[in-house]
Ligand binder design. Structure first.
Ligand SMILES: Cc1cc2nc3c(=O)[nH]c(=O)nc-3n(C[C@H](O)[C@H](O)[C@H](O)COP(=O)(O)O)c2cc1C
Length: 450
């Protein structure tokens, strides 16, 4: 569908009180995929601006690390020591249906020597300057910052420095799965004692530590602050965490970051790693469409039980329809990474076109017309009418291939006779498992005959 700039105005909405041009974008990715030394502010900006050209309504600027040298020296004395000689670096991706794994050397979480932290900040400062000059006004910059250890002052220093560069929103990454996969991580978490690492998820698992950091950052800056959560937090715990973030002053939460995972071992090769050119099977980070159900759970759970927060839905969203679904469950905007890797920026283009057509067809004038519409239907299970006793399964004899699948699992109502599948009315409870699993889509739920 062809559309004009004027049409796109219909998609404008807000996140944490800041206008966003469209409700779709690319979530934080720490530098484009290239050797870090080769990524310049110009090349990084080019990638992010191409997202905008494709329809992104906001820009996530990740990896804005700034920790003043004297602070690092001081905190090093106060924090648990860690063997810093192991600094393996590397990045490798691998996909299974629905899951993409990425292994990254734990060196990425290590605090760099003071000089290189400064060099890195220099790159981010230049990147933000280029983006501010070239991006449209209603496409805000969301800068991602991460504390080191559980020290609020590290996040505050970084937040202030990045705010000075003119970003519109600050996002606290308290959810990086990369921290949970380094050696010693289990002890750090269980002993609630962290070394000077970007500890993300590990530390945010302790609500009091996370709240402390959010509170200090919110106090230190004027721009709105959001918090990126983790799929590891689970339900209903995520509600408690979201409420704590809100009470500490956060204006939004992002449903989640990567999950912690392990790739399957090679069962035909003595359990060796399936990773090409890698000598072990490390804990890794995972993302992709199989995490969509968790994303919906976080979005709906937070909308319903932690009101007063905006939401960025992230995790497994890979279709234009997914964007509308999460927004109906209360999200303000949707952001992807894996979807962009599989389908390219064309996913953003398709989403913008879909949203315009969908709103036109459904008679919605603005995003707010449908945001949160699904929430009133989220109810305690015992209050929902399942029409029990009034529905049953039916078989379409033309579609049925008599394959016998429906009698080869746990259903007691299906039976085979004369080369076809049938349903015993009096036994069928209308659960719909056959509708979901019939390989030939020959089953439907119908009203029981009176
Ligand atoms: C290669 C890669 C790098 C990422 N880097 C960051 C990062 O620097 N900061 C961050 O907050 N999230 C990072 N993420 C997490 C994504 O922003 C997103 O939360 C996650 O991939 C789940 O969304 P998805 O299922 O759409 O991929 C990264 C993800 C990938 C795949």
């Amino acid at each position: 569908m062809a559309y004009t700039d004027k049409d796109i105005e219909k998609l404008q909405t807000t996140l944490a009180g800041v206008k966003v041009r469209t409700p779709v974008g690319v979530a934080a990715v720490n530098m484009p995929l290239a050797n870090k030394e080769c990524v310049t502010p110009e090349s990084h900006a080019d990638v992010l601006l191409k997202h905008v050209e494709a329809g992104a309504g906001f820009i996530c600027v990740p990896g804005c690390d700034y920790y003043p040298p004297e602070m690092i020296t001081r905190l090093r004395k106060q924090s648990r020591t860690r063997d810093t000689s192991a600094r393996v670096k590397g990045l490798r991706f691998m996909g299974d249906p629905g899951v993409m794994y990425h292994a990254s050397g734990g060196g990425a979480m290590q605090i760099e020597p003071e000089e290189s932290t400064a060099t890195f900040l220099d790159k981010v400062v230049k990147l933000i300057a280029i983006l501010r000059k070239k991006k449209p006004e209603n496409v805000p910059l969301i800068a991602s910052i991460q504390p080191i250890g559980a020290f609020p002052e590290s996040a505050v220093a970084c937040a202030r420095k990045v705010e000075e560069q003119g970003v519109d929103i600050l996002e606290l990454n308290l959810s990086c799965g990369g921290t949970a996969i380094v050696g010693g991580a289990v002890d750090y978490y269980l002993e609630k004692d962290y070394p000077l690492l970007r500890v993300g998820l590990l530390m945010a698992e302790h609500i009091d530590l996370a709240q402390n950091i959010v509170r200090e950052v919110v106090k230190a800056v004027k721009v709105p602050v959001g918090v990126k959560l983790s799929p590891e937090m689970g339900f209903p715990r995520v509600v408690a965490i979201a409420r704590a973030m809100r009470d500490a002053g956060a204006k939004y939460v992002q449903s989640f970051n990567n999950a912690v995972a392990i790739a399957p071992p090679d069962i035909y090769n003595g359990g060796r790693p399936v990773w090409a050119f890698m000598d072990a099977n490390p804990l890794v980070e995972a993302h992709g469409s199989s995490y969509k159900a968790l994303c919906y759970k976080h979005v709906a759970g937070i909308s319903k039980f932690a009101p007063g927060l905006d939401i960025v839905a992230t995790g497994g969203l890979e279709k234009p329809e997914d964007v509308v679904e999460v927004m109906m469950l209360g999200a303000n905007v949707a952001a992807h990474v894996t979807g962009i890797l599989y389908y390219g920026r064309n996913l953003l283009r398709r989403e913008v076109a879909f949203l315009l057509k969908y709103m036109d067809e459904q008679g919605y004038q603005s995003i707010q017309d449908f945001q949160g519409l699904g929430l009133k239907y989220i109810k305690p299970a015992e209050t929902v009418d399942f029409s029990a006793g009034q529905v049953m399964a039916a078989v379409d004899p033309i579609k049925c291939q008599a394959c016998g699948h429906c009698v080869d699992h746990i259903c007691l109502a299906s039976y085979m006779e004369n080369g076809g599948a049938y349903v015993r009315q009096e036994v069928c409870q209308g659960c719909g498992v056959c509708v979901t699993t019939c390989p030939h889509r020959a089953r439907t739920l119908v009203a029981r005959p009176l």
